[in-house]
Design a protein around this ligand. Structure first.
Ligand code: MG
Length: 248
C-alpha cells in the first residue's frame, strides 16, 4: 500500500532532506585522496547529530554505520572502515539517510577523486541525469513505470547498464515503503502517481553488465564483472505542480 503524506509530514521529511543536502555539500570538500571511509562516516554522523537528527542506516537491519561508502566496483551498501583509504582516480558512492521526528529522508551521490577517464566521468554524469529524468516524471497522472522507463532509457542510450537487484522505494515513517521503484521498466505501467506520494528514486548504473553479487560481509554489493558503478538518489514529493526534491 502506498501511504500518502500530509503537508506536515512532507515538511518533516524536507527538514531531514535539507540536513542531508548540507552533508553532501560538506562531503564534496571533505572527501579527498588519503582519507578513510571510517573518517567520512564519523564526519557525517557528527554533523547529523549536531543538527538534532538521527542517522537512518546505523543499526538498520544490523548495518553498522551511518553512511554506505561504495568504492569503484562496489555498487551499494559498502561498509566504512578505517583500513579503507581513498586514492586518486577512485569513485565513491555515498548513500546517507536521517530521521527527523520519526520521518526518513534518503539520498546518495557519487564523487570522483581527482582526474578520472572521460568514460568514467560520463558514467557519473549519465547516472545523475537519469535520476533527474526519473524525478521529472514525478507528476500526477504519470505512472510508476514512467519513472523506471525514463531512467533506463537514458542509461542504456549511453551504453551503460541498470542494476536490477536493487530498486528505489517509497519513504516516510519507514525507510522502505511501497512502492518499489525499479530503474528499468515500461512506460505507462504500474500505479498512478498522486500528490502526497514521497519516493526515493535511486538509479544504480554500471559500465559493464547489470549483474551484482554480495561480498562475504553480507552487505557490500559489487558488480559481477568488476566494472565500475555509480549511484545517485533523491527523496522526492509529488505535488499538484510536479516533483518537489526534498534532499537539496
Ligand atoms: Mg534509498
Amino acid at each position: 500500500m502506498i501511504i500518502l503524506k500530509s503537508p506536515r509530514e512532507i515538511a518533516l521529511m524536507r527538514a531531514g532532506g535539507r540536513i542531508l543536502a548540507e552533508v553532501m555539500e560538506r562531503l564534496r570538500a571533505f572527501v579527498k585522496p588519503g582519507i578513510s571511509t571510517a573518517e567520512i562516516d564519523r564526519e557525517v554522523e557528527t554533523f547529523i547529530e549536531e543538527k538534532g537528527a538521527k542517522p537512518a542506516f546505523k543499526g538498520y537491519r544490523g548495518f553498522p554505520a551511518t553512511v554506505c561508502t561504495s568504492i569503484n566496483e562496489e555498487v551499494v551498501h559498502g561498509i566504512p572502515a578505517s583500513t579503507r583509504r581513498l586514492k586518486e582516480g577512485d569513485i565513491i558512492g555515498l548513500d546517507l539517510g536521517c530521521i527527523v521526528d520519526g520521518y526518513y529522508a534518503d539520498c546518495a551521490f557519487t564523487l570522483a577523486l581527482g582526474e578520472v577517464p572521460p568514460r568514467v566521468q560520463q558514467l557519473l554524469d549519465v547516472t545523475r541525469e537519469s535520476l533527474e529524468r526519473g524525478v521529472d516524471q514525478c507528476r500526477p497522472g504519470r505512472r510508476l513505470g514512467d519513472i523506471s522507463h525514463a531512467v533506463q532509457e537514458h542509461v542504456e542510450r549511453h551504453g551503460f547498464s541498470v542494476v536490477r537487484a536493487f530498486v528505489g522505494h517509497g519513504i516516510g515513517r519507514e525507510l522502505h515503503e511501497d512502492p518499489q521503484i525499479p530503474n528499468f521498466g515500461e512506460a505507462g505501467r504500474g500505479p498512478l502517481l498522486k500528490p502526497g506520494m514521497v519516493l526515493a528514486i535511486e538509479p544504480m548504473v554500471t559500465m559493464g553488465g547489470w549483474e551484482v553479487r554480495i561480498l562475504p560481509d553480507r552487505w557490500t554489493a559489487v558488480t559481477e564483472d568488476g566494472s565500475l558503478a555509480a549511484h545517485f538518489e533523491h527523496t522526492v514529493a509529488i505535488t499538484e505542480n510536479g516533483p518537489d526534491i526534498l534532499t537539496r
